[in-house]
Design a protein around this ligand. Structure first.
Ligand code: BLA
Length: 507
């Protein structure tokens, strides 16, 4: 039996957003059969466009209804899955959506040629000058805002658990900042995220306008899948979300890295958001270019991290070579560097009764208790190679560490192993994640119970997530765990040498 929250979240994920049966009114839709011989459906705003009644439209053949150019375009689909065409007055997007062919027709009210090209060259140049990911995302947000004029442009990055954070922002001065804010995974349910891999740009023109229904659906035929289009009507849940945020129009573009969704460029506008097709194309190019730059710079940063780790290990090896170096001395020399490398608040080296500490660590009594507990819980096979870690100590430890500081994360590495037990430990501590800030005022109602089951109010989901996130540290990333194990293994060699010598004598 799922909990009410689980039931509500499952409902969010089951909403079939690809087949809303209606469109946004900034264009019209014609749905043809695959042979292009009949009009199967059309949006309720289409008949007026053709100066006919709905019945006349549905009876007409596509050839009668569409100027020749459109018909040619539809025929181009016999060769490919989607095609675009500009006429003097219209922009037409056509795509195959089995068993249909869908035509989306937008008036070109922006016939002026956008100054896109030159603007983009400047933006590309600026992006190439940035050498770390923060700077790349900041320039991306600025350049998108310059290209589009939206009130707020954010770069939103997903975490492995699919919650996300605003990592860069360019906005109108009057708006409150959202930079650094985290949002729960349920704000973008799984099927919404999946959609970005099929169609990288989502445009929400104006949530205050009513969606326009499709007419003419016949029983026995599937609903029209609009995933690949631009006119798809907006989920009512998301309309409420944007309303709560004080946003009328929204546009988001996927940042895709190695086939999975890395993040979004998310744009908000207080009034209707219009983005002519040529400008959409320019926006896509800008985001794609920036993504390439971002992922390159990220890879370089990872390499630099590896190099830093390598340096620290060399430093350690150097100490080991100087015979007189003892683990304690090494710790005193190196601890601050290790803290920076592992993004930890504090670090402790426990050896029997001896304790060496750097940064913010729990008090003496807590450390003693922790060491005792670790020894009981955890029987390492190899010193330095195994570890115990948590980013939620409240859940994973049966006692609390310290009341003065909010310790929420721990990485514990055994340095010596004696009959399956470790007596020496290297411990890294992290504090509770701080950047969780509320927004949009007090969260509203909680879960609501309807005839159909539990439903989640968009803002309530945020309050719940915020509660749930209390007591978490940032997660230990694979790269950090590897780095810590490498360091610990080196240190274990040092710490274990005396013990080894003794064992050798016994053999
Ligand atoms: C869609 N939710 C979205 C989208 C974004 C967000 C960017 C894509 C559509 C768009 O561009 O507007 C979320 N927007 C955010 C976040 C920020 C932002 C996190 O600006 C932060 C700055 N949403 C909920 C809940 C549900 C939900 C509880 O909060 C489900 C019960 C659903 N979100 C939901 C749905 C869509 C969506 C269904 C798809 C809307 C559509 O494409 O029709």
């Amino acid at each position: 039996e799922p909990t009410p929250l689980e039931a509500a979240l499952a409902h969010c994920e089951s909403e079939p957003i690809h087949i809303p049966g209606s469109i946004q009114p900034f264009g019209i839709m014609l749905v043809l059969n695959a042979e292009l011989t009949r009009v199967e459906q059309l949006s309720a705003n289409a008949p007026a466009h053709f100066g006919l009644s709905p019945e006349q439209c549905l009876r007409a053949s596509p050839g009668q209804l569409l100027p020749e150019a459109l018909y040619e375009l539809a025929r181009a689909l016999l060769e490919q899955d989607s095609a675009q065409y500009q006429s003097a007055r219209h922009h037409i997007l056509a795509y195959r959506s089995d068993p249909f062919v869908v035509l989306e027709i937008e008036p070109r009210d922006d016939v002026r040629r956008p100054d896109g090209a030159t603007g983009l060259e400047l933006a590309f140049g600026r992006l190439l000058q940035q050498h770390d990911s923060t700077a790349v995302t900041r320039v991306l947000a600025q350049e998108v805002r310059r290209l589009t004029g939206f009130d707020r442009v954010m770069v939103y990055r997903f975490d492995p658990d699919w919650h996300g954070q605003v990592v860069a922002e360019a906005r109108m001065d009057e708006l409150p900042p959202l930079l650094g804010h985290h949002f729960p995974a349920s704000d973008l349910p799984a099927q919404v995220r999946a959609m970005y891999l099929k169609n990288p740009l989502r445009l929400i023109h104006d949530i205050r306008q009513q969606p326009v229904a499709l007419l003419g659906a016949r029983p026995g035929l599937p609903a029209v899948d609009m995933s690949r289009g631009i006119l798809r009507a907006v989920s009512p849940l998301h309309v409420q979300y944007l309303q709560n945020m004080g946003v009328a129009g929204s546009c988001s573009v996927a940042l895709v890295h190695q086939g999975s969704l890395w993040g979004l460029v998310a744009c908000h506008h207080g009034s209707a958001l219009t983005l002519a097709p040529a400008r959409r194309e320019a926006l896509l190019q800008l985001v794609q270019f920036a993504g390439q730059r971002l992922f390159l710079v990220n890879a370089q940063q990872q390499l630099a991290y590896q190099q830093r780790l390598y340096q620290l290990r060399e430093q350690l090896a150097h100490h080991v070579q100087r015979q007189h170096s003892r683990p304690g001395e090494v710790f005193r020399h190196c601890a601050d560097d290790w803290l920076a490398l592992l993004q930890s608040a504090g670090c402790a080296y426990l050896s029997g009764e001896r304790r060496l500490c750097a940064g913010t660590v729990p008090g003496e009594a807590s450390l003693r208790r922790l060491a005792g507990w670790l020894e009981q819980q955890f029987t390492p096979a190899l010193p330095g190679r195994s570890s115990w870690f948590s980013d939620q100590l409240e859940r994973d430890l049966p006692f609390s560490l310290d009341s003065r500081h909010a310790f929420a994360g721990l990485l514990a590495l055994p340095l010596t192993v004696d009959q399956g037990q470790s007596t020496d430990w290297l411990l890294f501590f992290r504090l509770e994640q701080e950047e969780i800030i509320n927004w949009a005022g007090a969260p509203e109602k909680d879960l609501t119970r309807t005839e159909q089951g539990y439903r989640l109010n968009p803002r309530a989901s945020f309050a719940r997530w915020q509660q749930q996130v209390r007591g978490h540290s940032p997660v230990w990333q694979a790269q950090q765990l590897h780095a810590a194990r490498d360091l610990a293994q080196d240190l274990a060699i040092l710490a274990g040498s005396a013990r080894m010598a003794r064992l050798n004598r016994q053999l």
